[in-house]
Design a protein around this ligand. Structure first.
Ligand code: ZN
Length: 350
């Protein structure tokens, strides 16, 4: 019952997917929505396994009487709730060698029409061996109009014993006619506590470090896995050192730092996340040092708290947030970075 949740830390999607399996009523098209790294792909694979697991099921499931056409029978007779992980079908899916579990990802920046044409040729045939063929199309927002139209045709006339699982970050990124034919399942950012536990399990790091890394990863499991390395801590330290030493007297250094941060949006957003935690920590440090997130930097925090006043730090929070909003509204990245750093430098000099 908790398989999906154990995998991704996602309560609501787990509950919905389990309900489909338990009731034996699976929609032909699902749309998994949520930011990158919250377990959409992992849940899709696990769901494909659950649909096709060969392990005998002891549970009795009443079949629905109102949808018993031949074409739909496979979708309504699923009895397994959780995949065993060891049967032939489960193993093939895990090793990506199952002929009926098809994963389509952007080739370069886009999902190309050729990829969808190839898919349509496969879908015109019956599944080779699966009870239910599962097609997982990731990042559907990267499909161009031609590819989108081909997928739309598939959704309008669902192939035999086949479900489509589409994934995307935002519903608004998707062609509305595609979205309207799918059942939505929303994935939330993974809770920090859950991320920290996953890091302890998968990386074998201490609970304290895992908590620091989880705090830095914004609810993304993929990001949390990437983090947890010395390189990430070095980057954090570089960002904090550079930011703390900003000074109007050395405008050239300010602008050079801004240039490095404005290489792309992700780099800049990462900078904003880290600096925000840092400023929050400086405020918290004074009263509750035990509640700081970067608790491995207490000495540095002590020094910084002598340099910054609380009103100054609070105004920096506002500036960080307005920089973030400006970038989301497509403001010039370099200019936004420069403006923000020069403001920080001004406050440092006062
Ligand atoms: Zn199995």
């Amino acid at each position: 019952m908790l398989e999906f949740e154990a995998l991704t830390g996602q309560k609501t999607p787990s509950r919905i997917l389990n309900t489909f399996l338990r009731k034996g009523a699976i929609p032909h098209a699902l749309l998994f929505l949520g930011m990158e790294g919250v377990g959409k792909q992992a849940a899709a694979i696990k769901f494909a396994m659950a649909c096709n697991c060969l392990e005998p099921n002891t549970e009795t499931v009443s079949s629905r009487s109102n949808s018993s056409s031949d074409k739909d029978s496979a979708l309504t007779n699923i009895k397994n709730k959780t995949p065993c992980g060891v049967c032939l079908s489960c193993r093939k899916i895990l090793s990506k060698s199952h002929p009926d579990i098809i994963e389509i990802k952007p080739s370069g920046s886009y999902i190309k029409i050729a990829q969808i044409r190839d898919l349509c040729k496969i879908l015109a045939l019956k599944p080779y061996e699966a009870k239910i063929r599962v097609v997982i199309i990731s990042d559907v927002q990267t499909m161009n109009a031609a590819a989108g139209n081909s997928i739309l045709k598939v959704l309008e006339e669902p192939p035999e014993r086949t479900i489509l699982i589409l994934t995307a970050t935002e519903q608004s990124d998707i062609i509305p006619t595609i979205a309207s034919r799918c059942q939505f399942i929303r994935f939330s950012p993974v809770p920090q506590q859950k991320l920290a536990e996953m890091l302890v399990e998968t990386k074998g790091i201490s609970a304290d470090s895992a908590y620091v890394f989880a705090s830095m990863s914004n609810g993304s499991y993929t990001k949390a896995l990437d983090i947890g390395s010395a390189a990430v801590l070095n980057k954090r330290d570089w960002i904090i050192n550079e930011t703390e030493s900003l000074s109007l007297k050395e405008t050239g250094n300010c602008l050079a730092f801004a240039e490095k941060l404005s290489k792309d949006k992700d780099v800049f957003f990462e900078f904003l996340d880290i600096v925000k935690i840092w400023y929050r920590d400086i405020i918290v440090f004074e009263y509750h040092p035990e509640n700081t997130i970067f608790f491995d930097l207490l000495d540095k925090m002590q020094n910084a708290s002598n340099r910054h006043t609380t009103p100054d730090l609070l105004s920096r929070f506002d500036e960080i947030e307005s920089a973030r909003q400006n970038i989301r509204a497509n403001a010039n990245l370099r200019l936004t970075a420069e403006t923000l750093l020069l403001r920080f430098a001004k406050n440092n000099d006062e």
